[in-house]
Write a protein that binds this ligand. Sequence first.
Ligand SMILES: Nc1ncnc2c1ncn2[C@@H]1O[C@H](COP(=O)(O)OP(=O)(O)O)[C@@H](O)[C@H]1O
Ligand SMILES: [Mg+2]
Length: 380
Amino acid sequence: MLKYTMISIVNIDDDKKWQSILRFSFSGYSIIPSYSGKSGINIVRNRNPDVVLLNKSINDMQYNEVLRKLKEIPGAPPVIVIGEYEKPQDVVASIKNGAVDYVAKPFELERLKDSILEAVRMNSTPGTVVDVYPSELEIMIGESKGIKAFKRNLLRFAGSDAAVLINGETGTGKDLAAQIIHRVSDRKNGPYLVLNAGGIPVTLLETQLYGTVKGSYTGAVNSAGYFEMADKGTLFIDEIGEVPVTAQAKLLRILEENEIYRIGGRESIPVDVRVISATNKNVPEAIRQGSFRQDLFFRINTLYLHIPPLRERIGDIPLLADHFLSVSGKKAVITSSALSELQNHDWPGNIRELRNVLLRAEVLSEGGKISKNDVVFDPI
Ligand SMILES: Nc1ncnc2c1ncn2[C@@H]1O[C@H](COP(=O)(O)OP(=O)(O)O)[C@@H](O)[C@H]1O
Ligand SMILES: [Mg+2]
């Protein structure tokens, strides 16, 4: 089982510069700074972190004494000592007093991250694989119950290689979710391709997916399709509900056999592609109506993710508003009357609509304040 956690670290170090370097380089970790041995021991006792980093040259106490005191805490976390030089006697003394590792400056941050991960793994329940909570998820804003459950599943599914179907209304973040899965998965260094299946004729859809062989029809050239190009990576098929029934049988066969034939080609080409699909349709309903094959549905639906619409998580609107206003670079503040206007809307276009309404409000606003009158909804 793969378990992602936000690893919490107490960093005992009186060097302010080093504290801030660590904070900025370790996004995805929760860092609790402590500026003295004495306060560090207290913080560890109260906060129960996953790992402790201890600077050997901390001023108020001998580091060996800090190590011994930390060791006495029930359920004591692993401690990594950070020293200035790699002196064998320091390494030996640290380990003897209970440290799990000694890392000498200067070091690559990766070296420290590896050591932290190793320490957490050794300290966790046997059989669980701990990995760092990927910082990519920070771009998926939301703390409401529905979106938290969604993010949890997103991480679990990213750790597997099975097909994923993402369902949600337009603008809820399906594209974003698919990207996150890819970037967090073992295929992250492979290609990520997106094909929108909506509104393209069957022949074009198939030449795009499978590629063509020269001479197969007038003007056809040798070209690879999305399946070949996405080899060892991820193919995101957006609006899979729009794939015409006539093209569904072939798509199913390829997903089952992991090999394709280019259009007009006779040679089978093996492909290693993870497929993520998305739809805003109710697929079971489409199956009942005969516009979607049940067997294809079962194949793409191994793992299912539903993103709740924004109107079911209006509690996230203040966070999202902060996010979109801050990435736009200007610093307009939003008044509470404008905020309640936003929270009373039903958001048919979801997060995409919210972003547009906010950017418009920012343009309309005066004096750096977004008021109720600046909130203008799209006439849908
Ligand atoms: N939870 C979220 N936090 C921040 N931005 C989001 C979130 N969900 C969606 N977005 C943004 O909203 C826009 C619409 O999302 P998108 O993934 O294209 O939706 P969909 O594919 O479901 O129509 C994108 O710009 C996306 O980055
Ligand atoms: Mg989309």
